[in-house]
Design a binder for this molecule. Structure first.
Ligand SMILES: CC(C)(COP(=O)(O)OP(=O)(O)OC[C@H]1O[C@@H](n2cnc3c(N)ncnc32)[C@H](O)[C@@H]1OP(=O)(O)O)[C@@H](O)C(=O)NCCC(=O)NCCS
Length: 377
């Protein structure tokens, strides 16, 4: 065997897929061929999820049915809620989500059925349940009453309702919905690839999504949005100049969360919308501090280091202005990305082949002798 892939599988094409197309040089992202800029402005999370799962935009009736079915899936076995109450207060919402999604399979009648229809049924359930778990756990850890789901409002609105226990403003729902559309899908990113690898062993949807959540949690992936906000808080607390602060970090060879991307060599098209959202929300709330700091950092890193902001950079200040706790940022990424993960798992299992690459061996020469214990140094 010859041929070594780039380190980190850089530039390697690992699957055929009809879900997402990215042109990293031109900064193009599309779901099922439709440009993200169009979806960001015109679509909703429900419509985008339908598009990802079915390959086409729904007509009015199909969309209404889809919304209804997703809303009907807003139901969580009481034993899952009871389990959430048993977790230590030190458990982060992302760790809790990873564990709870794994446990969801115990109460899903389709757990072991890997047929297309069962996978779609499970996808509805998990999509609704992930948002519920994040909201419910946040209330449990704060000693607040669990808020029952509302099946007559949108997915984004229901998440905010269950999180805060008050009906969210139109602006908050619109912002959350657009954030969910922007984060929904991104080709073979680390968590989606992890989900496909797990699904391809003919394990099950819950296992694939549990693995994906574990991958998303990492600071080089979805965890970066929390890293951005922690950095902004640190700079603010120290009363430091944001540009000087990141200059020193870069001089110390530290990475700045929210910058750089494996695929995009230009601006991440999702960042364009999140920047606008962050700025507008800051203006509306008369609280532009986080946006202003972010923009100053971005201009410096962009000009001096030629690095662009990615999806995570402005989602941090956007969520902060909505009053959302920092450790919920990555779970919110999961609440959105579940639509892409499940689209890929369904696609993988519709035409499955085990994913099993090879390694470029760089270890001791073969054959190396087996040295008896008494002769080892
Ligand atoms: C996303 C990321 C993991 C891509 O990694 P990658 O494709 O393996 O690229 P590398 O980490 O090898 O980066 C290439 C170069 O850019 C630099 N670089 C990349 N991102 C950087 C960042 N956020 N801050 C500072 N330098 C960065 C690297 O240090 C490296 O420089 P070098 O060639 O002088 O060593 C990387 O950009 C990163 O760690 N970003 C911060 C975390 C983040 O925001 N993740 C969310 C991605 S959506």
């Amino acid at each position: 065997m010859t041929a070594a892939g780039g380190k980190g599988l850089e530039g390697i094409v690992a699957a055929n897929s009809g879900i997402c197309w990215i042109d990293g040089d031109a900064g193009v992202l599309s779901y099922r061929g439709i440009d993200i800029h169009e979806l960001a402005v015109n679509s909703t999370f429900e419509e985008t999820t339908y598009l990802l799962w079915n390959g086409i935009l729904p007509n009015e009736l199909a969309l209404r049915e889809f919304q209804g079915r997703l809303a009907l899936s807003r139901s969580l076995d009481q034993r899952i809620v009871d389990m959430l109450r048993t977790f230590p207060v030190t458990a982060t919402p992302m760790e809790v989500l990873r564990t709870a999604v794994s446990a969801l399979s115990f109460y899903d009648a389709d757990e072991k059925d890997n047929s297309h229809d069962a996978n779609v049924r499970k996808s509805y359930n998990i999509t609704s349940q992930i948002a519920m778990i994040v909201a419910i756990y946040d209330r449990i850890r704060k000693g607040l009453e669990v808020v029952p789901p509302n099946r007559s409002i949108s997915h984004a609105a229901n998440f905010l309702w269950m999180l805060n226990g008050v009906m969210p403003s139109e602006t908050a729902v619109k912002t959350m919905d657009m954030a969910l559309v922007l984060h929904a899908e991104h080709e073979l990113n680390a968590s989606t690839f992890a989900a496909r690898v797990i699904a391809a062993t003919l394990s099950d949807v819950h296992s694939a999504i549990t693995g994906a959540i574990g991958a998303l949690k990492g600071p080089l992936h979805g965890g970066a949005n929390e890293g951005v906000m922690r950095l902004l808080h640190t700079i603010d607390k120290a009363g430091a100049d944001p540009v000087e602060y990141v200059k020193n970090m870069l001089a110390a060879k530290q990475k700045i969360s929210g910058f750089g991307h494996r695929v995009y060599k230009t601006e991440d098209p999702r960042a364009t919308h999140l920047r606008k959202m962050s700025e507008q929300l800051g203006k509306d709330a008369n609280q532009s501090k986080w946006y202003d700091m972010s923009r100053a950092i971005e201009l410096y890193i962009n000009t001096d280091k030629k690095l662009n902001a990615n999806v995570d950079f402005y989602s941090a200040s956007t969520y902060a202005t909505l009053g959302i706790d920092i450790d919920l940022y990555t779970p919110i990424f999961a609440i959105s990305r579940i639509s892409g993960w499940t689209a890929h798992v369904i696609e993988q299992l519709d035409d499955n082949r085990l994913i099993r690459p090879r390694a470029n061996y760089i270890g001791p020469v073969y054959p190396s002798p087996y040295i008896p214990m008494e002769e080892r140094g």
